[in-house]
Design a binder for this molecule. Structure first.
Ligand code: 4AD
Ligand code: MG
Length: 431
């Protein structure tokens, strides 16, 4: 038995093969039944002609319910009209399970809350399948780029004793009678790893107990965090633009079918090539003010501000050098202007806003101690992080790229909750 997957059909034209899959949909036209079969790698139409199959098989096809699991034997035919380019002339169908006939997700439109309640089933449908395949490609491309450029993957712990990005949005847990927190970022550990390996990255889940109910916020999301020794703020941005170009071009090269399924205008993506435009925070404030936003120097940019700015550029845009007071304690101040820090947020175009946050880190021992004191952070918890400034400290930089926001932009999906298999938001922890 020649068991293959739907995405391999191009290599089997005219051959008899078996597809192990599920019935997505079916329709009849006289003595012919059309089965829409999916197998996880794609979708294909199986054509069952009464004359080609036994009577039992034809009857079975009549009875098959949506999402029944079936092994289908057939001959692969080229068919230019088919979305996949191929069709299957069915010779036999073996039933694995007849699905209960009340499958919740019918082929009509459903509300998004209903679909999210049925996320465990919703991920079978073509759009969600395309989205999550592109998510996979994004992750694969990131790892390829970093691995090919000399980065070593060093994972950070998820259970941590301290905060990094701010104290307000932590998930607290009981760690054998001690307070601990789910990680908001692996950065501090990556800084340690960068001094051991030079160029490193972590990739993992990140937890933020933010009570934000926007299309950009999840309470659990995935982040890749590269960190580089002997690297300044400018070199840091160069790596980021190369990485983002590599991600987008990989999706264009390898996921064209999925982009089409999503109706994505790919001309907007073809244009995503380094270098990217760079503006300072000061310039951003000026642009916002000129366009009627009431924002003062010193305020962090809000979602509407980011949306406005990112709509102004065709490529992702770096907003650099924010006021120190609206960023984390570890960022390196500008030498000639210490009220701003050597950081940049990368805002994706088409209104998507921040997908990367990055900065050069403080490497000077005294300056780091001063900043920790100013922020009233517990020095004893940061003792090991301070050690890094005592023993072989060098200028170093890094960044964090949010996977779901990147996928949302590339696929042009409204809300990040569809860009992760099982979203965790303010109002949702199930399924
Ligand atoms: O800007 P953030 O908070 O940066 C850090 O955590 C740094 N320590 C990273 C580093 O330098 N190693 O988060 C980085 C990225 C954001 O740009 C965004 O893409 C994503 O993580 N992100 C979120 N994605 C979904 N939901 C949320 N609530 C997110 N918060 C941040
Ligand atoms: Mg940020």
């Amino acid at each position: 038995m020649n068991e293959i997957r739907i995405n391999e059909m191009k290599n089997f034209v005219g051959k008899e093969i078996v597809i192990n899959g599920w019935l997505y949909n079916k329709r009849s036209s006289g003595k012919i039944k059309f089965l829409q079969i999916r197998d996880g790698s794609g979708f294909v139409q199986g054509v069952v002609a009464k004359n080609d199959v036994s009577e039992d098989v034809f009857d079975l096809c009549e009875k098959l319910t949506q999402e029944s699991s079936i092994s289908v034997t057939g001959i692969v035919r080229e068919d230019r009209r088919a979305p996949s380019g191929y069709e299957l002339t069915v010779l036999d169908v073996k039933l694995v399970q007849m699905a209960f006939n009340d499958y919740p997700i019918s082929l009509k439109e459903h509300g998004v809350d209903f679909l999210l309640d049925n996320r465990h089933l919703w991920i079978r449908t073509p759009r969600q399948h395309a989205l999550l395949s592109i998510r996979h490609e994004v992750i694969k491309a990131i790892q390829e780029f970093l691995n090919n450029n000399g980065f070593i993957r060093v994972d950070s712990p998820i259970i941590t004793p301290s905060t990094c990005e701010g104290t307000s949005d932590l998930f607290e847990i009981d760690y054998f009678g001690e307070n601990a927190y789910l990680s908001q970022t692996g950065q501090l550990y990556q800084e340690a790893a960068a001094m051991a390996f030079g160029k490193v990255y972590s990739f993992g889940p990140t937890f933020r107990a933010e009570k934000s109910k926007t299309r950009r916020h999840l309470n659990e999301f995935w982040m890749v965090e590269p960190e580089m020794a002997y690297t300044d703020h400018y070199k840091n941005m160069e790596i980021q633009e190369q990485l983002v170009e590599y991600i987008v071009q990989s999706v264009l090269n390898n996921k064209s079918y999925e982009l089409k399924e999503l109706g994505r205008d790919i001309s907007k993506l073809e244009n995503i090539k380094a270098p990217f435009p760079k503006i300072t925070y000061d310039e951003a404030i000026k642009i916002l003010k000129e366009n009627g936003y009431s924002i003062e120097w010193g305020n962090d940019l809000g979602s509407p501000n980011e949306t406005f700015l990112s709509n102004k550029f065709e490529k992702p845009v770096f907003v650099m050098e924010y006021p120190a007071k609206c960023k984390a304690f570890y960022m390196q101040p500008r030498e000639d202007r210490p009220e701003v820090v050597m950081c940049a947020d990368l805002l994706a175009p088409e209104g998507y806003g921040e997908i990367i946050g990055g900065s050069q880190r403080i490497h000077d021992y005294d300056l780091l101690i001063k900043r920790i004191k100013e922020e009233n952070l517990p020095e004893d918890i940061y003792d090991w992080y301070i050690d890094l400034r005592k023993y072989g400290s060098v200028p170093h930089s890094g960044f964090g790229l949010g996977i779901e926001r990147t996928v949302a932009w590339i696929t042009n999906i409204e809300h990040v909750r569809e860009c992760i298999p099982f979203p965790r938001t303010l109002s949702r922890i199930r399924p």
